[in-house]
Design a protein around this ligand. Structure first.
Ligand code: SAM
Length: 253
């Protein structure tokens, strides 16, 4: 899959694309990332990509023409199959990014990602070209680059072979619930009063069935306390077993 990223700050991407477990997805081009520096598509000698908003008001607006030129260049470079290519605009006004949307992109062929800056992008570009508007959440950041990186990272880690074990299958949201706690060595972590915090006994038992059931129960308990909406959604989708329901009924909330 290929992601074409239109940005005024292409240098923000390299540190993220060359580190961590997702690096091999980018380096092998399993997730092929191409950067399109927007200033190269500016039409004036000053490489301007923004101007004052019509009607007045604070801030600047990203100009339509450089963005349209960049989009044309992306389409020409990709040559075939661009009619159905998603064009994503990151904006607080978009659909909140969640694992279901990440999974849609992870199963697709990529997208063009438009990174807004300043007060945003000339509305006519959005009306003409954008197919998906995506928000990171109900807060405002300074540009779409971080949002693009969040989407890329979430998509890259789902690609086959990127994680050494398919640990994303146990990640939060993959089955609609939050993932429960994890422990590692030492078995007993000393406390200030001379005692120790121990790892739950079941995890040392070697009994895979009991460990799996314990993890499921921890996941249910955490989710019902922190995100009861997710429990309701899992129930509505028929993803809770009789055993899950029996366990939930024992919890004092
Ligand atoms: N004036 C805009 C508004 O109030 O919606 C915010 C502009 S913000 C300073 C600049 C750019 O950052 C936006 O065009 C968008 O691309 C990106 N951005 C800001 N907050 C975002 C969020 N919550 N999710 C996704 N992108 C965001």
């Amino acid at each position: 899959m290929r992601f074409d990223i239109v940005t005024i700050f292409p240098e923000l991407f390299a540190p993220h694309l060359t580190q961590g477990v997702t690096r091999r997805a980018y380096e092998s081009r399993q997730v092929d990332v191409r950067l399109w520096p927007l200033r190269e598509f500016a039409t004036d000698a000053y490489r301007r990509v923004d101007d004052r908003p019509f009607g007045g008001g604070p801030g600047m607006v990203m100009l339509a023409e450089p963005l349209e030129s960049a989009l044309s260049a992306v389409h020409a470079d990709r040559a075939a199959g661009t009619e159905t290519l998603p064009v994503v605009h990151f904006t607080p006004a978009g659909r909140r990014l969640d694992q279901a949307l990440v999974q849609e992109f992870a199963a697709g062929n990529g997208a063009v990602l438009l990174c807004g800056r300043y007060e945003g992008i000339d509305q006519r570009v959005l009306d003409r070209h954008v197919t998906h508007q995506i928000s990171l959440g109900d807060y405002v950041i300074s540009g779409g680059e971080l949002a693009a990186l969040v989407l890329l990272d979430a998509v890259a880690r789902l690609q086959p072979g990127v994680l050494s074990a398919p640990s994303h299958e146990q990640d939060s949201f993959s089955d609609g619930l939050l993932e429960g706690p994890a422990y590692s060595r030492p078995e007993h972590l000393p406390t200030a009063d001379g005692g120790a915090d121990a790892v739950p006994e079941v995890l040392l038992s070697g009994h895979h069935g009991r460990i799996a059931r314990w993890r499921r129960e921890q996941s249910l308990a955490l989710t019902v306390r922190r995100r009861p909406d997710l429990i309701a959604a899992a129930r509505a989708a028929g993803r809770l077993s009789t055993e899950d329901e029996r366990y939930l009924a024992t919890l004092e909330l």
